[in-house]
Design a binder for this molecule. Sequence first.
Ligand SMILES: Cc1cc2nc3c(=O)[nH]c(=O)nc-3n(C[C@H](O)[C@H](O)[C@H](O)COP(=O)(O)OP(=O)(O)OC[C@H]3O[C@@H](n4cnc5c(N)ncnc54)[C@H](O)[C@@H]3O)c2cc1C
Ligand SMILES: *[C@@H]1O[C@H](CO)[C@@H](O)[C@H](O)[C@H]1NC(C)=O
Ligand SMILES: *[C@@H]1O[C@H](CO)[C@@H](O)[C@H](O)[C@H]1NC(C)=O
Ligand SMILES: *[C@@H]1O[C@H](CO)[C@@H](O)[C@H](O)[C@H]1NC(C)=O
Ligand SMILES: *[C@@H]1O[C@H](CO)[C@@H](O)[C@H](O)[C@H]1NC(C)=O
Ligand SMILES: *[C@@H]1O[C@H](CO)[C@@H](O)[C@H](O)[C@H]1NC(C)=O
Ligand SMILES: *[C@@H]1O[C@H](CO)[C@@H](O)[C@H](O)[C@H]1NC(C)=O
Length: 605
Amino acid sequence: MLVLRGTIIALLSALASAEHRHAKKLTSEQIGTIGDATFDYVIVGGGTAGLTIAARLASVASVAVVEAGGYYEIDYGNASVVPLYSLTKIDVIDPSENFPHRPEIDWELTTVPQVNANKRVIHYAQGKTLGGSSALNTMSYVRSSAAAYQRWVGMVGDDSYKFDNLLPHFRKSVHLTPPNLEKRNAANATPQYDTSVYGNGGPLEVSWNNWVDPTITWLATAMQAIGMSINPKGWSAGDLNGGSWVPSTIDTALATRESAETSFLEYALANTSLQVYPHSTVTKILLNGTSARGVKVETNGTVYELSARKEVIISAGTFHSPQLLMISGIGPKATLDELGIPLVADLPGVGQNLRDPISIGTSHIVNTISGQSIVSNQVTEPKALRQYKEEAAGPYSSAAGWIAYERLTSELRSTLPQSTQEKLAALPVDSPELSFIAGASVLPNGTSQGAMSATICNTFSVGSVSIRSAKISDPPIIDLGWFSDPADADILVAGIKRLRQVWATEPAQNITLGAEVRPGADVGTDAEMLDYIRANAQQIWHPSSTCSMGKKGDRNAVVDSEARVFGVEKLRVMDFSIVPFSIPGHPQATVYMLAEKIADAIKRG
Ligand SMILES: Cc1cc2nc3c(=O)[nH]c(=O)nc-3n(C[C@H](O)[C@H](O)[C@H](O)COP(=O)(O)OP(=O)(O)OC[C@H]3O[C@@H](n4cnc5c(N)ncnc54)[C@H](O)[C@@H]3O)c2cc1C
Ligand SMILES: *[C@@H]1O[C@H](CO)[C@@H](O)[C@H](O)[C@H]1NC(C)=O
Ligand SMILES: *[C@@H]1O[C@H](CO)[C@@H](O)[C@H](O)[C@H]1NC(C)=O
Ligand SMILES: *[C@@H]1O[C@H](CO)[C@@H](O)[C@H](O)[C@H]1NC(C)=O
Ligand SMILES: *[C@@H]1O[C@H](CO)[C@@H](O)[C@H](O)[C@H]1NC(C)=O
Ligand SMILES: *[C@@H]1O[C@H](CO)[C@@H](O)[C@H](O)[C@H]1NC(C)=O
Ligand SMILES: *[C@@H]1O[C@H](CO)[C@@H](O)[C@H](O)[C@H]1NC(C)=O
């Protein structure tokens, strides 16, 4: 009896530890003491890039990281922990103006009306939490293409950005766990990938979901049937063509989200004396002449200064890094003059060159089940929950599934306006032009809906980030610039046409019921599709390039190829804002890599 009781308690505590593994706290030694202090490096933003570079620098120096949020596991429950919930329960990703307000984990940013997209105001979720947007994202881990990194080499004049030269930095961050084929239990969904390019024992767990959505399996087959054949190397080897089961930042042992917090922060807390200032906002960069000397911080109404002996590193993300620079006197002179902010460095590129890849969806009702239909059904949900809690498997363990990349077929290319064809022709020849993501959701009556979206891989439109005052508490003015270049909408029209070809294949026809739901039968001509796109296109949360890397003197250049801000000493920007153009693929793989690369450059001195 006693033995049995012991076993039950051990079992219960094993379950409890799996569930509460992430419900953690910083110890008093790990929390920075409120009040003036000095470190070698002060990092602004404990997000994807910030925690990665903080962890690497803390192994050789004293480092403080200041983050506006706390632990998302505490502030948002399991919504950002359970993989399926990244599609269903993370309610802040609602892009509409009536989005749910969750100030404890989201910055609640909204854009100015998008004049070329029916004057829509877009809510743009950004993580305000340890881990930043890696705590809200869909966990897809997709590097860009060798051609894109080659373009980057040309823009910054530095060969170290060639894909082959970046590979060691990519590998350093990642620990690859091979897919669990037994749990995936889907013979036609065995991931193919090149093991040699993946990981080198880094803190970031990358793997494939422990469950495959049956509806997505059909849609993947349909895409293959029309020429998007399986890419045997997967999405980390520099070739974005064809289709593949997408790897995720996921801890497959527990089937929980892997973020910068669960990876790099945990690693740093166990192995270094990194000091974390949670629930603390940096209100300004402090400068001595043109040299950064620290930051002004506010925690619960207390204002103090953190000084940096060596450097200040800004990792506040695509919208907040340019805001912080401008507030501190670094940016376009006209903007700073207008607001009476003393000019430290006239850098016209700060906040300019915003690139936001846009996406359009198509859907049909299907006769197959999906992860969401299983967990929304009271009969099948209990088993799914048991599978998740006891085996880290089943629908709850699974987020994104299948992604394909393609260059436009010559047939569709020829339907584009001449000016759009010319813009595409100027890109590297082996760059993908569209990406297609397969998904599935559930309708209120329990039926599954299959979805396939098309996303542009190269954003020609340009937006901007500006400021309305010198106060950090006034949100930045964000103009996504959607469709400021009409080529982007033309390419999405081709995307809808291509997806309709996919829906017309035999494997897709086999599962669809009735007519197309979105865009719908009444959207037929190019003009109707353009209208539909302006009214319905959405972000996929990959905004970049507001503090672009470039050559000194280039119009948009804010940082050099080692992320140092032009015209200011001891100051770097290190996050997705420094990527100089909209790179194909998904951001986070490149963000983790860049943070590793810049940390190495700093250590080399
Ligand atoms: C809904 C969603 C889905 C996505 N899906 C994917 C995906 O599947 N795959 C993928 O690769 N990418 C995806 N992305 C994009 C990816 O997550 C981001 O590009 C990446 O995380 C950005 O990293 P970052 O370091 O630039 O910024 P962030 O990770 O956002 O970090 C910025 C940090 O700075 C903090 N901060 C800002 N200002 C201040 C201040 N003044 N004081 C203190 N702290 C401050 C913020 O709170 C935040 O923690 C998605 C993003 C979202 C939002
Ligand atoms: C998430 O948390 C809620 C509320 O505590 C709980 O009801 C639900 O079962 C949890 N979901 C999973 C998959 O563990
Ligand atoms: C601390 O570092 C060691 C050695 O690199 C590593 O094995 C260990 O996993 C790290 N701890 C954590 C929690 O990451
Ligand atoms: C500012 O810079 C000058 C010249 O480098 C130096 O002498 C001075 O100590 C600095 N002041 C502060 C507050 O860092
Ligand atoms: C800020 O104040 C709240 C409530 O007064 C407290 O719970 C919290 O611990 C404080 N935060 C910090 C970082 O000191
Ligand atoms: C469920 O709802 C959709 C959309 O309203 C409808 O097309 C479909 O026929 C319904 N299915 C069932 C089984 O009622
Ligand atoms: C259509 O579906 C049935 C059963 O769902 C399957 O047996 C058949 O092979 C499918 N056809 C194609 C072309 O995939």
